[in-house]
Ligand binder design. Structure first.
Ligand SMILES: Nc1ncnc2c1ncn2[C@@H]1O[C@H](COP(=O)(O)OP(=O)(O)OP(=O)(O)O)[C@@H](O)[C@H]1O
Ligand SMILES: CC(=O)N[C@H]1[C@@H]2OC[C@@H](O2)[C@@H](O)[C@@H]1O[C@H](C)C(=O)O
Length: 380
C-alpha cells in the first residue's frame, strides 16, 4: 500500500483539489481508499493572473517563471495541508495548472503547458513528486488529454452495465466503459474524449451578469428560472468541434471569453433575459454531451456517471437526462467514488503508476502511437 497525495486544478481555475489516498494493486485490481479531500481556493490575485494568461495575456519569461513558482507554492501548501492529522504520504502526483493547450495537427505535435513546477513541490514537501503528465503522450502524437480514462476504466468498470463517466468541469470529457466481464477484456472497446464546454461558458456569463458577485450558477438555480432558446442551441451546435471525431481535446483557447461574447451578441437578436441566456448556455453543455454520444459511441450507455463540479448543477443534470432520452444519470458518488475528488484521485493514481512503471495513457483515447509511462519524477 502506498500513501499518495493527488493535486489538480482544472480549467475552471476555481482552486486546487487535493486528495490523500491509500493505493494498492495495479490495474484491474487497483484499489483506492480516500482518506481526505479538500479544494483550496487560489488567492484572488493569483486566480485573476491565471485567467488572464489563459485568455492570451502576454508575459515576459521572468513573469512566467514567477507565475510558475507562485502556482507551485500554492500547490505545495495544498499538499501539506491535506496531510495534516495523517501519517505522511510518500508520493505526490501533481497535475499543475493548464495555461495553454493546443491539440496535435497533422505533422505537428500537440503542446500543453501546466504550471506549478514539480521540482519546487518536491523540495518544499520533501516528498517525491511526479508532474508534467501530458508531455509523454503528446510526444508520441497523442492529444495529451484526457488522461483520466484509464483510471475510470480500472475503478468504475461494471460487469453488466456499459457506462459513460462524464466529467463536467470547466470542460467536459467522457470515458465510455463497455461491460467488463473478464479481466482479459480490460481496455477493449474503451473510448474517451473531450465533449466541449462544461461549466466554462456558464461561469463566464454568471460573472458578467452578476458584476463579479457570483462565479458560478449554484445548483443551476439561475438557469432553472429561464428558458433555453432551442434555435440558438442548434446554431451553436454547428461549431466544428462537436462534429470532429475523437481523439479530440479542447480548452479555454476555443471556448474562450471571446467565444462567449460572440454568442451573447447572437442572443441579443432573440431578446433573451439573462436567465434565458444562462439556461441556453447550460442547454448547450447538455446537448453537446448528448450529441457527442450519439455521433461517436457504438450505442448509448446503460448508465451515465457524472463527476466534477457540474454534477452539482441540478438543472444541467435534468436537461442532460432529457437529452439522453431518460437513461439513468447518476453521479460517481452513487457507485462509491467521490465525484468532486475524482480528478485529484486520478493524478494520485497516475503518479503511483509512474512509480510502478505502469503506463497511464490509453492510445485509443488520446490517439498516441502506444501506451507510455506518464510524468516526470522529481526527488526531493
Ligand atoms: N453547487 C454547484 N452548482 C452548480 N455548479 C457548480 C457547483 N459547484 C461547482 N460547480 C461548477 O463546477 C465548476 C468546477 O468544477 P471542477 O472543479 O470539476 O472543474 P475543473 O476541475 O476546474 O475543470 P476540468 O475538469 O475541465 O479541468 C465551477 O466552476 C462551477 O461552475
Ligand atoms: C489540457 C487539460 O488540462 N485538459 C483537461 C481539461 O479539463 C477537462 C478536459 O479538459 C480534460 O481533457 C483534461 O483534464 C482531465 C483531468 C483529463 O486529462 O482527463
Amino acid at each position: 500500500m502506498t500513501r499518495v497525495v493527488g493535486l489538480m486544478s482544472g480549467t475552471s481555475v476555481d482552486g486546487i483539489d487535493a486528495a490523500l489516498v491509500n493505493i494498492c494493486g495495479q490495474e484491474i485490481d487497483l484499489e483506492v481508499n480516500l482518506l481526505a479531500f479538500e479544494t483550496y481556493s487560489y488567492p484572488a490575485d493569483l486566480r485573476e493572473q491565471i485567467l488572464a494568461v489563459c485568455a492570451g495575456e502576454r508575459l515576459t519569461v521572468e513573469q512566467l517563471a514567477k507565475l510558475d513558482d507562485a502556482i507551485a507554492t500554492a500547490f505545495t501548501q495544498a499538499a501539506l495541508n491535506i496531510q495534516q492529522g495523517h501519517s505522511p504520504a510518500t508520493l505526490i502526483g501533481s497535475h499543475g495548472q493548464t495555461v495553454f493547450h493546443r491539440p496535435p495537427m497533422p505533422d505537428i505535435l500537440g503542446y500543453s503547458l501546466q504550471l506549478g513546477r514539480g521540482e519546487l513541490i518536491a523540495q518544499r514537501t520533501n516528498i517525491a513528486t511526479i508532474s508534467n503528465f501530458r508531455a509523454a503522450d503528446l510526444a508520441i502524437g497523442g492529444q495529451g488529454a484526457p488522461l483520466v480514462p484509464k483510471v475510470d476504466l480500472c475503478l468504475l468498470s461494471d460487469a453488466q452495465q456499459s457506462r459513460c463517466v462524464q466529467n463536467i468541469g470547466g470542460m467536459g470529457n467522457v470515458t465510455f466503459l463497455p461491460p467488463l466481464k473478464t479481466p482479459e477484456q480490460l481496455g477493449v472497446g474503451v473510448q474517451g474524449w473531450d465533449t466541449g464546454p462544461g461549466n466554462v461558458l456558464i461561469d463566464l456569463a454568471v460573472q458578467q451578469f452578476s458584476d463579479g458577485q457570483q462565479t458560478y450558477d449554484r445548483d443551476g438555480a439561475w438557469a432553472a428560472s429561464g428558458t433555453p432558446c432551442q434555435a440558438l442551441v442548434d446554431q451553436w451546435l454547428t461549431h466544428p468541434f462537436f462534429a470532429e471525431p475523437p481523439p479530440k481535446s479542447t480548452g479555454r483557447e476555443l471556448f474562450s471569453p471571446q467565444y462567449l461574447q460572440s454568442r451573447l451578441q447572437e442572443a441579443q437578436a432573440h431578446q433573451l433575459s439573462e436567465a434565458d441566456i444562462i439556461a441556453t448556455l447550460t442547454e448547450l453543455t447538455a446537448a453537446s454531451i448528448a450529441l457527442n454520444y450519439t455521433q461517436f459511441l457504438p450505442q448509448l450507455p446503460d448508465q451515465v456517471l457524472l463527476a466534477g463540479g457540474g454534477s452539482l448543477n441540478h438543472y444541467l443534470r435534468q436537461r442532460l437526462t432529457l437529452r439522453l432520452g431518460g437513461i439513468p444519470v447518476l453521479t460517481t458518488d452513487e457507485v462509491g467514488l467521490n465525484a468532486d475528488a475524482k480528478e485529484a484521485i486520478a493524478f494520485a493514481v497516475l503518479a503511483y503508476w509512474h512509480h510502478h512503471q505502469i503506463p497511464g495513457n490509453l492510445p485509443a483515447v488520446t490517439g498516441a502511437k502506444r501506451s507510455t509511462l506518464l510524468g516526470t519524477c522529481h526527488e526531493p
